[in-house]
Design a protein around this ligand. Structure first.
Ligand SMILES: *Cc1c(COP(=O)(O)O)cnc(C)c1O
Length: 362
């Protein structure tokens, strides 16, 4: 026995496990397990990353100034209220660290992103899950779970792994129903993909008060997960808090350079978005035609639900797909043991998945 005592909550964490990248014995793997943008990053982002290698001896700009200016111009925001992080995961963790602790509650929806309960436990707070309706965040259920101990509410919009989203009016209703001492974090990791007219990433909600934050990432549509880059748009007081709580050089110089170049390459972003529109719709229809249930997704992935029959369930499907070199994501950790989450990849990858599913269900 060690004489060290670990802070409350840490030992209750089930470590987050990323999607697998290989299958033993299979040479060409199709990886559709981590919602990485199908087309990969913009070649201009890769070039900027490589160019940054010439000055690796220099510390990065600790305030990610160029990147914040670029985000400001791109989205029409105030750069002073943007805080960059090593992935939005870092910002999720920092928000919990700054606003919650032992005795406090951190609220999220039933099938919400797993990092929320992990980040809550890291600071000794208690994660609380509110039920969903039709695999969609339920505003009344969330509001019903708010107590005097609630400090932070996380909503992924659209949500991972369900792919569903709350329309603007519902998000506004959630915000309006929360007490002023509760921070609402809108995690818009997939916002770049969403074109629905009744969707908002939440910028105007951040602007409308001092207790709403929007987090974004370069890991999904910009396909820069490997460099770890995310950002938060905050009320001034929250930006100040995050800037104090973060490490001084939390975003590497190559990440900042790649992010700026990715943002500037609008043609590539548009191609990525259109690719997803086409193949998400195609894959959803194909899966439904096979008799599988797929909730409507607006992200770059689909939740595919399998029948509760031995040999035909999600576990068997996963084993079968892996035997064909196709890696998707099991969802038991999200309370969705009947489902696989399948990322939208390239055309040949999506055709290969559908062929394999046909064979599996035959
Ligand atoms: C992938 C994902 C993130 C994490 O993104 P990083 O910027 O890579 O840390 C955050 N939230 C949701 C909902 C995600 O799916």
């Amino acid at each position: 026995m060690s004489g060290l005592s670990v802070r409350p909550g840490i030992m209750e964490i089930t470590p987050y496990v990323g999607g697998d990248a290989d299958v033993a014995g299979v040479e060409r793997v199709i990886k559709l397990a981590s919602n990485e943008g199908a087309l990969g990053p913009s070649p201009k982002a890769v070039a900027a990353y490589s160019d940054a290698a010439a000055s690796l001896h220099r510390y990065p700009d600790g305030s990610s100034d160029d990147l914040r200016q670029a985000l400001d111009r791109h989205h029409g925001l105030d750069a002073k209220r943007i805080v960059c992080g090593a992935g939005s995961d870092e910002l999720i963790g920092l928000l919990c660290r700054a606003y919650a602790g032992p005795g406090d509650e951190v609220l999220h929806s039933e099938h919400g992103f797993l990092m929320y309960p992990i980040a809550a436990k890291t600071v000794g707070a208690t994660p609380v899950a509110a039920p969903e309706t039709d695999l969609t965040t339920d505003v009344d259920a969330l509001l019903g779970q708010v107590t005097a101990k609630t400090r932070v509410v996380f909503v992924a919009n659209p949500n991972n792994p369900t792919g569903t989203y709350l329309p603007t009016a519902e998000l506004a209703r959630l915000r309006a129903g929360l007490p002023a001492n509760v921070l609402l974090v809108i995690d818009a990791a997939y916002a770049e993909y969403v074109t629905n007219g009744d969707y908002t990433p939440g910028i105007e909600l951040v602007d409308g008060g001092d207790n709403v934050v929007m987090t974004r990432t370069f890991s999904k549509m910009y396909a820069l997960g490997g460099v770890r880059l995310g950002w938060a748009y905050c009320p001034p007081s929250v930006a100040d808090v995050l800037s104090r709580a973060r490490n001084p050089f939390n975003v590497s110089a190559p990440a900042q350079a790649a992010g700026c170049a990715a943002l500037a390459d609008e043609a590539f972003a548009e191609r990525s978005r259109r690719h997803n529109d086409t193949w998400l719709a195609w894959f959803t229809k194909q899966s439904r035609d096979l008799g599988l249930e797929v909730p409507p997704s607006v992200g770059n992935f689909a939740l595919v639900r399998f029948p509760d029959q031995p040999g035909r369930d999600a576990e068997a499907a996963d084993v079968f797909l892996r035997s064909r070199g196709i890696i998707t994501r099991r969802m038991a950790g999200y309370g969705l043991a009947d489902s696989l989450r399948i990322t939208i990849g390239l055309e040949d990858e999506m055709r290969a998945v559908v062929d394999a599913l046909k064979e599996f269900l035959d």
